[in-house]
Design a protein around this ligand. Structure first.
Ligand code: ARG
Length: 460
């Protein structure tokens, strides 16, 4: 088998060189996109008068056969092929003959091909990931609906902070994920430009129309600069970030689920279908989905960091280093495709122990801020109010009781402003209902928030 550059070389590559060079074991994923690119390229060669009507028809027929053989597995790459583009050119020539098949390479280079096909693969991958993320958003929204009204201790520093609605907490995660879906859509606006026609770096001299190829392949337009088209990979780094961000957002949910399902917390129980047992400890029910999510986030962060390091010192235009761009991105997309359905399944089937969460909602003096804010509404300066509420905590703590258990006399001894009416805010429900400004945890606000999120997710 001769390589793509036979003319200048007396010998073929050394075997170790060929092994180093080989990328078909991962870039074979690009094969259907390569063939779509070849079809579009054949059409512009035809439009430029470089292929006759018959030749175009023959080329398309050979490409049809090649695609069928790729899909059935009848055509596969061999060691000498180096990459997917080389293999498919061989496949085309085997089917169309060298006189016709050999014409397709005119006016294109693997440099513009690979940059285009990689964008195509990623655009499809981004759509699949966005759908998977939306399924997790849906699962969070469904749990928010099912458990609407349930309360829990909200935390900062993992310490009990203020009571909130469980739905409010779950929706916080949903908002972050919905922004990730927005990021995927935004990314597409920059990624949807076709490098085809950039050639090796300088563009084509053959009168081919890059706009026509771009439209054929579903891009908005061709790139403006052929050097940029072949050398830039910021589109890859940008989506690597978005994918890493998704994994980090999933990891934060995962961490909470891991904590919530401990015997100490018992806020939630995992469904059998989305947890695992232990080979030795019969009592165990392990949160493996959540742990794998947390673990994979490290991997996706690594994919982003590795790609940035690969890019950082490369001069323009194409360098072979760029072949290292694909594996991390294929991996990030494919790992999320595996993870997201399981994650949605785990979230959707989680059973919350809402009565336990409710009983713990006031624990740790989570209503102390309500005392301070009640005092402010009575005209007490916040500094003074904060002090007084702190003194209430100290008094309750020393007696081993809750804030609501302090006597009227104890309140009045701390501050004359602390009349018995303060008890109106010393319930979890009262506290939550009082936080009724936009974005707050009051049920009316969370209802608005949930409805708005569900319609945004449906439109995303
Ligand atoms: N397989 C290469 C890549 O993935 C494309 C080939 C370009 N090779 C070259 N020697 N110009 O980036």
């Amino acid at each position: 088998m001769s390589s793509l550059w036979g003319g200048r070389f007396e010998s073929g590559p050394a075997e170790a060189m060929a092994r180093l060079s080989l990328s078909t074991h991962f870039d074979w994923r690009l094969a259907p996109y390569d063939i779509a690119g070849s079809r579009a390229h054949a059409r512009v060669l035809h439009a430029a008068g470089l292929l006759s009507d018959d030749e175009l028809a023959g080329m398309q027929k050979a490409l049809d056969e090649l695609l069928a053989d790729v899909e059935s597995g009848a055509f596969t790459p061999v060691l000498e092929d180096e990459d997917v583009h080389t293999a498919l050119e061989r496949g085309l020539i085997e089917r169309a003959g060298v006189d016709l098949g050999g014409k397709l390479r005119a006016g294109r280079s693997r440099n513009d091909q690979v940059a285009t096909l990689f964008r195509m693969w990623l655009r499809d991958g981004a759509r699949r990931v966005a759908a998977g993320v939306l399924d997790v958003v849906d699962a969070l929204a469904a749990q928010s609906e099912t458990n609407f009204g349930a309360v829990m201790p909200g935390r900062t520093h993992l310490q009990s902070a203020q009571p909130v609605l469980l739905s409010h907490h779950l929706l916080a995660h949903a908002h972050a994920l919905l922004r990730d879906v927005d990021r995927l859509h935004d990314w597409d606006k920059r990624a949807a430009f076709s490098p085809y026609g950039s050639g090796a770096l300088a563009g084509s001299s053959l009168g081919l129309d890059p706009a026509k190829v771009a439209a054929d392949l579903g891009f908005y337009a061709p790139v403006e600069n052929s050097i940029d088209g072949t050398a830039s990979r910021d589109f890859a780094a940008e989506i690597a970030f978005v994918l890493a961000m998704i994994s980090v957002n999933l990891s934060r949910i995962a961490e909470e689920i891991i904590i919530w399902t401990t015997a100490e917390f018992r806020f939630a129980v995992l469904d059998d279908a989305w947890s695992t047992g232990s080979s030795i400890m019969p009592q165990k029910k392990n949160p493996d989905v959540a742990e794998l999510a947390r673990g994979k986030s490290g991997r996706l962060i690594g994919n982003l960091a590795g790609l940035l390091a690969t890019l950082k010192a490369q001069p323009l235009a194409y360098n072979r280093d760029l072949q290292e761009d694909k594996e991390p991105l294929f991996d990030s997309v494919e790992q999320l495709e595996i993870l997201l359905p399981a994650f949605a399944g785990m979230v959707g089937t989680l059973k919350f122990d809402v009565s336990r969460m409710a009983s713990l909602a006031p624990a740790g003096f989570t209503l102390a801020t309500d005392i301070a804010e009640w005092l402010v509404r009575q005209g007490v300066p916040f500094r003074v109010a904060h002090e007084a509420a702190g003194a209430c905590v100290r008094a309750a703590e020393s007696r081993g009781v809750g804030l609501e258990d302090l006597t009227d006399a104890e309140f009045l001894a701390i501050s004359p402003a602390l009349t018995p009416e303060v008890r109106s805010v010393l319930t979890v429900e009262g506290s939550i209902a009082s936080r009724n400004a936009h974005g707050g945890t009051a049920p009316s606000r969370v209802r608005e928030q949930l409805d708005a999120l569900v319609s945004r997710a449906a439109a995303a």
